[in-house]
Write a protein that binds this ligand. Structure first.
Ligand code: ARG
Length: 461
C-alpha cells in the first residue's frame, strides 16, 4: 500500500514492519473522537481563511458521512491501516479527492493523537465516575440496612473492638468517594487542547487554537506546543487513579472472600456472583471478587509500564508513546468492568448478622472498655490496661469470658469494680459509647450515612 508519508522514502516498508508499526487495532476505537477533532480543525481553517467556507463544508459533510458509515457498519475500519488518523484521512481523500488532502494543513498526527486520547478518555471518565457513584450508592444502601449489626472490628486480623457493620462498609464508601474526586481532578488537568501544536513547534499558518479548543469542549489550549505533544502526564494520572481504585476494590474483595469462608461466615454472595467447583459439590466460590483482586496487578502493570515507557524520552514526540494507549485502555476497561460487577454483587450479598454478633461475643473485644471503666474511676490507664490484661488471661485459662466472670472475681483484682461493669462492657454499650466524630457509635454512623446521602444527592444519585 502506498504510504501517505511516502516522499522522503519510497514508503516501501516490509509487511512485518507495517504490522509492527501499526496501532489501528488499539486506536480504531477512537474513530469518533478523531473525526470530531478533524471537523473542528476544518471549521477553524475556514474561520481564519485558510480554507474557503465551501471547502470546509464539503470536508465536514464528508467526515460526517464517514462517521455515520463507520457507526452503521457500512464502512469497516481497515485493519491494515497504519492508524486511525491515516485511515480516516485516506477514506476522506478517496471520497472527495484532492480537497481531502487539504485537511492536514497546520496539523500533525502528533497533536491529533493527543487530542483524540483526551477526548476519548473524557467520555470513559464520565462512565467510570458514574460507576463509582453507583458503587457508593450500593454500599450506603447495604450499610443503612445494617447500622445496628455488631461485629468485631479487626486489627492485625485479630478481633479488636466492637463496631457496627455499617461503619465498616462506610470506610469503603469513603475510599471510593476519594477515588471519584481523584478522577475528577485528573480530568480537569487533562481537559486542555493540544490541537494546533502541530508536530512540535506550532505553525506558520494563522490558526486559532482557541477556536478548536472551544469547539471540542476543552477548558483551554496547552500553552507550550512542545509540551502539548509530549505530555502524557494525564495518562499517568488516570492510570494512578485507576490503580488506587483497583487497590480499594481488591481490599474489599479480600474481605468479601474471607467473610464468605466457612471460618467467618459473615456474608453469603448471591448465586449470580459465585461459581461452583467442577469436582467438589459443596463449593460456592467468590470468583468475581477473586478476579477483581487478580486484575489489580494488571492495572498496576499498566501504570508502571507507562511510567517506564516515558522516563527516558527526549522531547518531543517519539514513537514509544504509541504504547500509551494499550496500557491506558486496558486499565480503563478493567476498572470499568470491575466496578460494574462490584456494585450489584455488594447490593445482593446476604449479611449474616447473627454470625457477626457471635464472633463479637468471643474474643474479648470489650477489654478496652473494661480498662476505660477502671480509668474513669481513677486508675491510671496503663495500670488499668495491665489489670484487664491479667483478667483476660485468667479468663482464657478458665475458659470463660468477661461478661460471665462473677463480680467477686472482679473485685479480687480491684475494688473499683462494681455491678455496673456488666452494663458497661455489653457490646451494645461499647458501640453506643463510641461518641467521637467518625466513630462507630450509632449516632455517628447515622451521621455518616446522612452525609453520604447528601453527597449522592448533589451528584444526582
Ligand atoms: N499512531 C501514533 C500514536 O499512537 C500516532 C502519532 C504518530 N506520529 C508520528 N509522528 N509517527 O502515537
Amino acid at each position: 500500500m502506498e504510504k501517505m508519508w511516502a516522499g522522503r522514502t519510497a514508503g516501501q516498508t516490509s509487511a512485518l514492519a507495517d504490522d509492527f508499526n501499526s496501532s489501528i487495532h488499539i486506536d480504531s476505537r477512537m474513530y469518533k473522537e478523531d473525526i470530531k477533532g478533524s471537523m473542528a480543525h476544518a471549521a477553524m481553517l475556514a474561520e481564519v481563511g485558510i480554507l474557503t467556507g465551501e471547502e470546509a463544508d464539503a470536508i465536514i459533510a464528508a467526515l460526517e458521512q464517514i462517521l455515520a458509515d463507520i457507526q452503521s457498519g457500512a464502512l469497516p475500519i481497515d485493519m491494515n491501516a497504519e492508524d486511525i488518523h491515516m485511515f480516516v484521512e485516506s477514506v476522506l481523500t478517496k471520497r472527495i479527492g484532492d480537497l481531502g488532502k487539504k485537511l492536514h494543513t497546520a496539523r500533525s498526527r502528533n497533536d491529533q493523537v493527543a487530542v483524540d486520547i483526551r477526548l476519548y478518555m473524557r467520555g470513559k471518565c464520565d462512565q467510570i465516575q458514574a460507576l463509582l457513584l453507583d458503587l457508593i450508592h450500593a454500599i450506603v444502601t447495604v450499610a443503612e440496612e445494617h447500622k445496628y449489626d455488631i461485629l468485631p472490628g479487626y486489627t492485625h486480623l485479630q478481633r479488636a473492638q466492637p463496631i457496627v457493620f455499617a461503619h465498616h462498609l462506610l470506610a469503603y464508601a469513603e475510599m471510593f468517594r476519594r477515588d471519584l474526586s481523584r478522577v475528577e481532578d485528573a480530568v480537569k488537568r487533562m481537559n486542555v487542547s493540544p490541537l494546533g501544536a502541530c508536530a512540535l513547534a506550532g505553525t506558520t499558518y494563522p490558526i486559532s487554537r482557541t477556536v478548536t479548543a472551544k469547539a471540542l469542549g476543552f477548558d483551554d489550549y496547552a500553552r507550550n506546543s512542545i509540551d502539548a505533544v509530549s505530555d502524557r502526564d494525564f495518562c499517568v494520572e488516570l492510570l494512578s487513579a485507576f490503580s488506587v481504585i483497583m487497590m480499594h476494590l481488591s481490599r474489599f474483595s479480600e474481605e468479601i472472600i474471607l467473610w464468605s469462608s466457612w471460618e467467618f461466615s459473615y456474608v453469603e454472595l448471591d448465586d449470580a456472583y459465585t461459581t461452583g467447583s467442577s469436582i467438589m459439590p459443596q463449593k460456592k466460590n467468590s470468583d468475581m471478587a477473586e478476579l477483581v483482586r487478580g486484575k489489580t496487578g494488571r492495572v498496576y502493570g499498566d501504570l508502571m509500564g507507562t511510567l517506564t515507557m516515558l522516563k527516558g524520552l527526549p522531547l518531543a514526540y517519539n514513537k514509544d508513546m504509541q504504547e500509551d494507549k494499550e496500557s491506558l485502555f486496558d486499565a480503563t476497561e478493567t476498572v470499568a468492568r470491575c466496578l460494574e460487577i462490584f456494585a450489584p454483587m455488594v447490593r445482593t450479598m446476604k449479611v449474616k448478622s447473627g454470625n457477626m454478633y457471635q464472633a463479637a461475643q468471643r474474643g474479648f473485644i470489650n477489654a478496652t472498655d473494661l480498662a476505660d471503666y477502671l480509668t474513669k474511676r481513677g486508675m491510671p490507664f496503663r495500670t488499668a490496661y495491665k489489670t484487664v490484661g491479667t483478667i483476660v488471661s485468667d479468663c482464657i485459662a478458665k475458659g470463660t469470658v468477661l461478661e460471665e466472670l462473677p463480680l467477686e472475681a472482679y473485685q479480687a483484682y480491684s475494688d473499683l469494680f462494681d455491678a455496673d461493669l456488666y452494663e458497661e462492657i455489653s457490646l451494645k454499650t461499647c458501640v453506643a459509647k463510641r461518641i467521637s466524630e467518625g466513630a462507630t457509635g450509632y449516632a455517628s454512623v447515622e451521621k455518616q450515612i446522612q452525609n453520604f446521602k447528601m453527597f449522592l444527592g448533589t451528584k444526582g444519585k
